[in-house]
Design a protein around this ligand. Structure first.
Ligand SMILES: NC(=O)C1=CN([C@@H]2O[C@H](COP(=O)(O)OP(=O)(O)OC[C@H]3O[C@@H](n4cnc5c(N)ncnc54)[C@H](OP(=O)(O)O)[C@@H]3O)[C@@H](O)[C@H]2O)C=CC1
Ligand SMILES: CC(C)(CO)C(=O)C(=O)O
Length: 307
């Protein structure tokens, strides 16, 4: 397949290495020092079980050079979505599938402001990866699951082809019959994990150890689940308990990327996490005091560099 990464960060960089290794023509869209490093020395993945280095088919900051592709893996931070979406246009053909893997539940809908609906799919990523140096991606932990489908979850050849490509590349890409439920399952976990580990400057281990943090986490997860149900998402009756069971199984040192971004003084994705929960709660008439409090506490740090 011919696949473009918009862009080559934690998500796009990880998949670029895996899919290039599996023999696909991968175009990595990047910029600045990171782009120069990929052009000069290729893209390196530091993984939990070993490292790999690839030379992608193309490394550029100009999507016109790439031209139409079969699939675009769309992975930028929430605030960068609009500009990155517009930049994708030269890479679209009639049947190109654009799969967003942003955290939150709004990315696919937001893409429709810029891209034709028939090109846009929906997806959720369960992986922990970051740009650790120019030209280098580091993965923490071995989990790497990418769940995606057409926006209405109907099976199509283009989604199935990309899922097979990922599976053959050693990345889990299970079929789903309800991609919206998958997004909300993660959002229920992640709205709480992001808000609490960032505002509390704490880890998942702390959330389990301090009853006050446990209660706060569960309150956020329950609010977000209530919003999902009000929206009509087919959540399991046990989603709150299932979410806590997942938290109980996570390594104690884990924090959300939001907490790590806060520590580094980087901009926070809170408008698309706690902020999204608050917005959607208002829309559906659901009280969301825990999400609102966490959103407010993190607000002064939203633009970064204010630690
Ligand atoms: N990484 C992970 O483990 C996971 C991430 N996610 C979500 O996936 C999304 C992407 O995260 P992640 O990949 O980690 O983000 P990163 O910040 O690692 O990567 C995004 C990259 O996109 C680049 N970029 C943004 N806009 C453009 C543009 N217009 N043209 C070219 N390059 C551009 C950025 O460059 P620059 O630095 O120059 O702005 C950056 O290198 C987020 O919503 C995140 O929450 C979800 C699950 C796991
Ligand atoms: C928790 C994790 C690593 C799971 O994919 C994540 O999505 C994030 O921190 O951004």
């Amino acid at each position: 397949m011919r696949i473009a990464m918009m862009a080559t960060g934690g998500i796009g960089g990880f998949l670029a290495v895996k899919l290039t290794e599996a023999g696909h023509e991968v175009a990595t869209i990047a910029r600045g020092e990171h782009l120069r490093a990929i052009q000069e020395g290729g893209l390196r993945l530091i993984g939990p079980t070993g490292n790999s280095q690839v030379t992608p088919w193309l490394a550029t900051d100009n999507p016109v050079e790439v031209g139409p592709v079969d699939a675009i893996i769309f992975g930028v931070k929430g605030d960068a979505l609009d500009q990155a979406a517009m930049a994708c246009k030269p890479m679209l053909g009639e049947n190109t599938v654009v799969v967003p893997f942003l955290n939150g539940v709004e990315a696919s809908d937001r893409l429709l402001a810029h891209l034709p609906e028939h090109n846009v799919a929906n997806g959720v990523a369960k992986v922990s990866t970051t740009i650790s140096a120019p030209g280098e991606i580091t993965q923490t932990g071995e989990f790497a699951t990418f769940i995606f489908a057409e926006r209405d979850s109907r099976p199509t050849a283009r989604v199935e082809t990309l899922q097979c490509a990922m599976e053959e590349a050693g990345v889990s890409a299970p079929v789903t019959d309800d991609v919206e439920r998958e997004l909300w399952n993660k959002f229920i976990l992640f709205s709480a994990m992001s808000g609490v580990t960032a505002a509390g400057r704490c880890t998942i281990g702390d959330i389990r150890a301090y009853p006050e943090l446990t209660a706060l986490f569960k309150a956020v997860a329950a609010e977000t689940a209530a919003i999902g149900r009000a929206k009509g998402v087919a959540l399991a009756d046990s989603v709150e308990e299932d979410t806590w069971a997942l938290v109980s199984a996570l390594p104690p040192s884990i924090r959300a990327s939001t907490a790590i971004d806060l520590e580094k003084g980087l901009p926070l994705e809170i408008d698309w996490l706690s902020g999204a929960a608050c917005r959607l709660a208002k829309e559906y008439g659901i009280p969301a005091p825990a999400n609102e409090t966490l959103y407010a506490v993190l607000m002064p740090h939203k633009a970064g560099q204010m630690n």
